[in-house]
Design a protein around this ligand. Structure first.
Ligand code: CAA
Length: 305
């Protein structure tokens, strides 16, 4: 029997997830689409910029081709995975999905508008997830017609490689929604951790202040870009230095997360480094535009300071 709250809200039972909608075909959305398709889910991929979907599909093709070359994926499985990803032109394309994951820009206004426009097109029993890396899941859920069926599902970059997904319950998220989301992530081969709905959750609450501090370390002239990254790679065994990692995440995303921490926790220890702000103002957003703390336009990345 469905829990009382579902009966009250008239929710039908949670269906088995087979078709997954992904909103946003950037590095996160593209990665989520790839992993879901490889694990047998039908994927519907949408981006407001349709050329971004084409680019994401090309990148997925390239990454799967590498796996085939290495012998970790058969050519037939690659083709089957690609065939499972369908580009959709609008939210009506998600009408048959049991789960839709939003992976758009880390901007609350943009995400709120997406959810408002999305939900009228969904099945009554569909779950909705946000890949937000810092914004309140409770606030985003409140925009929808189904806050009990809404959850934070925060993947790490690069999605195909990183083993973790943070699950964040909003205040209204039902236990059945959480369990269905957990099972879905496990079917993708991921390990989940549960984080409470506080600014930036667990990973970014810890990681982003470290990156911001690396920016201050550069800003105050304590070290150069190369010395800061080398220090943390060789001195703390991090796979990437913090500035290289900032470029990888995107400096705009890093700044947005620091602003969420600063505004949400009202503690000056989270103030974004002015140098990070300046890089974002310059449009030097990291790897995706080929310039950030490093310049990626040549053969090898060259520090920009
Ligand atoms: N997309 C998909 N796969 C990728 C990839 C990408 N962008 N970059 C590398 N890979 C894969 C490679 O194909 C390779 O796979 P195989 O082992 O199957 O061949 C594997 O990753 C290792 O790659 P490389 O040998 O080329 O390079 P590497 O050993 O330097 O590893 C890395 C690359 C995995 C990205 C590693 O540098 C790393 O772990 N960096 C830290 C990443 C990290 O901290 N991510 C979290 C960011 S925070 C976040 O995501 C939260 C947020 O909200 C901001």
């Amino acid at each position: 029997m469905a829990p009382a709250i579902y009966q009250q809200k008239g929710y039908p039972p949670i269906p088995e997830i087979r078709r997954v909608g992904v909103i946003g075909a950037g590095q996160m959305g593209g990665g989520i689409a790839q992993v879901a398709a490889v694990h047998g889910f039908e994927v519907r991929l949408y981006d407001i910029a349709s050329e971004q979907v084409a680019r994401a599909l090309e990148q997925i093709d390239g990454r799967l081709a590498r796996q085939v070359a290495k012998g970790t994926l058969s050519p037939a499985d690659k083709e089957a995975a690609l065939a499972r990803i369908r580009r959709v032109e609008d939210y009506a394309g998600f009408a048959d999905c049991e789960l839709v994951i939003e992976a758009a820009t880390e901007n609350e206004e943009i995400k709120r508008k997406i959810f408002k426009d999305l939900v009228p097109h969904l099945r009554a029993d569909a779950l909705v997830a946000t890949n937000t890396s810092s914004i309140s899941v409770t606030r985003l859920a409140a925009v929808t017609d189904r806050p009990e069926r809404f959850i934070g599902m925060h993947f790490m970059n690069p999605v195909p490689v990183m083993k973790l997904v943070e699950l964040i319950r909003g205040i209204a998220t039902e236990e059945d929604t959480y369990q269905a989301a957990k099972k879905f992530c496990e079917r993708l081969g991921k390990t989940t951790v549960t984080a409470e709905d506080f600014p930036a959750f667990i990973v970014n609450r810890i990681l982003l202040p470290m990156i911001n501090e690396a920016c201050y370390t550069l800003y105050e002239g304590v070290g150069t870009v190369e010395s800061i990254d080398t220090a943390m790679k060789l001195g703390a065994n991090h796979p990437m230095g913090p500035l290289e990692l900032a470029d990888f995440i995107g400096l705009d995303t890093c700044l947005a997360i620091m602003q969420v921490l600063h505004d949400g926790l009202a503690d000056t220890k989270y103030r974004p480094c002015p140098l990070l702000v300046k890089y974002v103002e310059a449009g030097w957003l990291g790897r995706k535009v080929k310039r950030g703390f490093y310049d990626y336009r040549g053969e090898r990345p060259v520090p920009t300071r």
